[in-house]
Design a protein around this ligand. Structure first.
Ligand code: DX5
Ligand code: ZN
Length: 219
């Protein structure tokens, strides 16, 4: 199945002192989702923001908030993110003992449930939960920071996940080191949602989004 290409700019690379304006700018520039990287200083060697910031950003755009929880005990916070305005809530199995329960809890909140896989995590973790999943995120860097180099080792995983998804209505997202060149590789492997921070939040946002979209669509 050929799924539509979607671009999800990560605000991690934006100017945090003007976060609302940055979200408006990237929405006006034609993104499909807005990617929100939540880090807790435990699961990730960095700290970003939590539900109050998501809530403050919500009035700035109607675009779906693609919320990437890189935190331990994500299930505990799922309701807070849902209430704050998250539309997709993605959790890491490496940080979530009860993955199946967490995914159902997110869907019970009326939100889309995602699973994010660290570079070292095999896709087999999806096998028994795939029908409880709306999005699979293959990390193409190790979580924690923007601006890292794309890990080509993940291309085989993307292809395997695409096969596991088959005809299901599940987004296959890649995150980390995405620019037009790496987006093309990931799209060829089967990805259809492209997170990009550094490659979007510089110069002309609309041109940057367009370049990634066109590269992915042409792949
Ligand atoms: C990394 C984050 C990514 C990151 C991507 O932990 O999950 O979303 O912001 O940034 P770039 O596009 O700069 O690699
Ligand atoms: Zn992310």
């Amino acid at each position: 199945m050929k799924r539509p290409v979607k671009i999800s700019p990560s605000v991690l690379a934006s100017d945090f002192s003007r976060l609302g304006e940055e979200v408006r700018a990237v929405a006006a520039a034609g993104c499909d989702y807005v990617h929100l990287d939540v880090m807790d200083g435990h699961f990730t060697p960095n700290i970003t923001f939590g539900p109050p910031v998501v809530k403050a950003l919500r009035p700035h755009t109607g675009k779906p908030f693609d919320t990437h929880l890189m935190i331990t005990n994500a299930q505990t916070f799922a309701a807070d993110f849902a209430k704050a305005g998250s539309d997709i809530i993605t959790v890491h199995p490496e940080a979530e003992v009860h993955l199946d329960r967490a995914l159902h809890a997110i869907r019970d909140l009326g939100k889309k449930a995602g699973v994010a896989l660290n570079p070292a995590t095999p896709e087999a973790v999806l096998e028994y939960v795939i029908d409880a999943v709306d999005l699979v995120l293959v990390m193409t860097v190790n979580p924690g920071f923007g601006g890292q180099a794309f890990l080509a080792s993940q291309l085989d995983k993307i292809a395997h996940v695409a096969r596991m998804i088959g005809e299901r209505a599940i987004d296959l997202e890649v995150d980390g080191g995405i620019d037009p060149e790496t987006a093309k590789l990931a799209a060829r492997a089967g990805a259809n949602v492209f997170v990009a921070g550094t490659a979007v939040f510089k110069g002309d946002y609309a041109a940057n989004i367009k370049a990634i979209r066109e590269a992915a669509e042409a792949a």
